[in-house]
Design a binder for this molecule. Sequence first.
Ligand code: GDP
Ligand code: MG
Length: 399
Amino acid sequence: MARSISISRYRNIGILASQDAGRTTTTERLLAVARQGGEGRGAGFDASAALLAPENIRAITLTSAATSCEWRDNRINIVELSGAQRAAADNLVSVLDGLVIVIDAAAGVTAKAEIALAMARRSGLPRVVFVNKLDLADADLSAVMADLTADCPATPILVQMPLGAGLQGLADLIDLQASIWTGSGFDAPPEAMAIPDADREAATAARRGLVQALGLGDSEISAPALRAALRQAVLLGKVAPVLCGSAFRNRGIAALLNAVVDYLPAASEIGGLNAHDADGLPVIVATDQDQPFVGVAFSEIAEPGQEDLTFVRIYAGTITAGSEIWNSVASHPERIERILRVRANEIEEIAEAQAGDIVALVGLKHTNTGDTLCDPNAPIVLERVPMAPIPASAGHAKH
Ligand SMILES: Nc1nc2c(ncn2[C@@H]2O[C@H](COP(=O)(O)OP(=O)(O)O)[C@@H](O)[C@H]2O)c(=O)[nH]1
Ligand SMILES: [Mg+2]
């Protein structure tokens, strides 16, 4: 049986981008780098080859609903979100706790990217931004930063500085260290080193700006203290750390994984959820592994010749394969035949799953997207937190 992970070590995130910004490439690289334990470590993960194997076809379909990886002893569940599929994506966003917004540095903040940013604003979720494609000659980070600054109330704050033409390296503005890619292959690991002399002054000034933007007077603040302050500001929705990279060239991916763990909320940090019990009385569901089970079905996959799958976000308690749960919207019992976890191109069968996790269930027959699933002995219905309404003008945006 898979070892259980504390709810404080789950990150449930959406990767949000407009078409072609690199959402799929970024997701694949996150999974690959997490699997290798770092950039350029171990055997390269050839996503395209792995995905072509017939036995993996089903995993690809499932990966499009939700997939997961482990990083620094945390489990990161990832859902790809398209800014264009507004209603469907808004539904998915409601089961996530944080967002990674991918912006194409060469295309800039286009009308389509604006739609993705608007979705992030409506969700109110804490977010980090990944400025992708910085390897391209026409990448323009300052233009992206200027446009993102209009995306109040989360002020974008650069936490890295690209080094050299074509993204030869990245300077981390928090610990003032550089990663430089000296090898030529896409899978070459970066070398950790001091920030080169030519860039040191700019990096130090940028770090001072970062410290000031957080309202911290002391520019001598240590890296861990700065990360902690940044985390607080992100969780409050005040700032959005901006990371730099090239998913295609496998650069900046480990830093992005670190940012997800360091800055985006754990499943234990989202607070209680509003619900009502069988008598219609309001109750608060605590996001706790020791409470009775509560989850939400958020995606269904039905393929010819395959078992139907229901993806579920678990907010409280534990479920085990073979057990009975209660659909409190359909007022119908359901039996969990099997529990599956999707990791990149693999499907893993697990015996139980706990609060904080996202898994796929086999065997549910009466459940629709959005239904509350719970312990038969503690029936409650979650109140869906409505997202802020879509402004009428956004309805005319082209996508
Ligand atoms: N040069 C460059 N191309 C990239 C990068 N990331 C993605 N691409 C390319 O951009 C195109 C769209 O990428 P994809 O991940 O499919 O975007 P999605 O539509 O957002 O899922 C593909 O041709 C990718 O190879 C990058 O960092 N640099
Ligand atoms: Mg894609």
